[in-house]
Design a protein around this ligand. Structure first.
Ligand SMILES: N[C@@H](CCC(=O)N[C@@H](CS)C(=O)NCC(=O)O)C(=O)O
Length: 196
């Protein structure tokens, strides 16, 4: 029996896990679900969120960071987290996850009904997205290590999610990041996991 990955069709967190699994050739069976109608998930993950990975022994793992670290250790040698400065790597991962969170929260805010939607919250989240991208553009050389590495996977998924749900215009002020993404996005794992 393979590990089961409960995932959504467009979740950037779920895609990060999927890319990681593909890169490591981990035997993961993906089940795409509607998380908003997934009460069955509560036993495994009381947060009722995807991604959630259920191991062969029935143990459930979440969230995306825990799952990726698990797959990397199981898959061999922890190579996705190898870096000269391991804490700087972790911070870049946190920044990329923060970019995903801001993009998701912005989307959820925009989908709220008239009268409940807050333009100032949307504005704040868009400013956060801008700052995260500006920061990484200034440190783009950090991503130029041999691929794949965990920060690269997270950042590629976060930037493509930004394209998908918000804007592609960030490329005008982040040309180095744009160039890096163009190359990384051609990886088989990125192509195979890209939402239709
Ligand atoms: N910190 C979590 C975030 C997961 C998350 O926010 N997933 C979203 C989908 S993109 C979700 O399950 N949303 C449903 C909900 O929160 O009700 C992770 O890194 O896995």
């Amino acid at each position: 029996m393979a590990m089961i990955l409960y995932n959504g069709p467009t979740s950037p967190f779920g895609r990060t896990v999927k890319v990681t699994a593909l890169e490591l050739r981990a035997p993961v069976e993906e089940r795409v679900i509607d998380v908003y109608a997934a009460a069955f998930l509560d036993d495994a993950n009381p947060l009722r969120q995807i991604p959630t990975l259920v191991l062969e022994n029935g143990q459930a793992l979440y969230d995306s960071r825990v799952i990726c670290a698990y797959l990397d250790i199981q898959g061999g040698d922890g190579s996705l987290y190898r870096a000269a400065d391991a804490w700087a790597l972790q911070v870049r991962i946190a920044l990329g996850i923060g970019l995903m969170e801001a993009g998701l929260q912005r989307r959820m805010e925009i989908l709220r009904p008239d009268g409940e939607r807050s333009p100032s919250v949307v504005e704040k989240l868009e400013a956060r997205i801008g700052r995260a991208i500006d920061h990484l553009e200034r440190a783009a050389e950090e991503l130029a290590a041999p691929a794949p590495r965990m920060d690269q996977i997270v950042w590629a998924c976060a930037l493509e999610y930004t394209d998908f749900r918000f804007t592609t215009a960030w490329r005008a002020t982040a040309p180095r990041l744009a160039e890096w993404l163009e190359g990384f996005a051609r990886r088989e794992s990125m192509v195979e996991s890209r939402p239709a």
